[in-house]
Design a protein around this ligand. Structure first.
Ligand SMILES: [Zn+2]
Length: 158
């Protein structure tokens, strides 16, 4: 679909990654008219109508412009521009292995969505500026191979 033929309802029907890509292309092609700024957000017009998506000046992300929690939620939690990555990506494999061996919890349990969320929540409390969502936490498979490396594969023969 050529950029000139895109309508707002077509945009709405696109999946999120596709829509973000299209919005970016529309902006680069100068098809979005900037109408106002509100805090860190830029609002646009598209084909003479207010665009349903606004752009964050800090992280350049497009998000829903509808009134509601989006704006505060984005500024407070979601905006990647205010988050930093740790200088070195921490490796939690040993911590997880130790916990599993001591507690008898399975790799599956500690690699579960709920457990990983707990770890991210704790990390966020300790390091509020870290982009905890993008931190790599060990998967079940990584824990299994890490254990095999440490035991020299002895467990395989058991
Ligand atoms: Zn942002």
């Amino acid at each position: 679909m050529s950029l000139n033929h895109i309508t707002q309802s077509a945009l709405k029907d696109q999946s999120l990654p596709g829509r973000l890509e299209t919005l970016k292309n529309l902006e680069e092609a100068n098809l979005l008219t900037q109408v106002k700024e509100w805090g860190v957000f830029i609002f646009f017009e598209f084909k003479g109508e207010p665009l349903n998506w606004m752009k964050c000046k800090n992280c350049k992300e497009f998000l829903n412009a509808a009134r509601g929690g989006h704006r505060t939620r984005h500024s407070k939690n979601r905006c990647t521009a205010t988050k930093t990555k740790p200088t070195e990506e921490p490796d939690f494999t040993d911590v997880y292995l130790k916990y599993c061996l001591k507690s008898g919890k399975s790799f599956e349990q500690v690699a579960s969505k709920e457990f990983q969320e707990l770890i991210r929540d704790i990390l966020e409390k300790v390091h509020p500026t870290w982009d905890v969502e993008s931190l790599q936490l060990p998967t079940k498979e990584e824990l299994e191979s890490a254990l095999l490396l440490r035991t020299g594969g002895q467990l395989l023969s058991e």
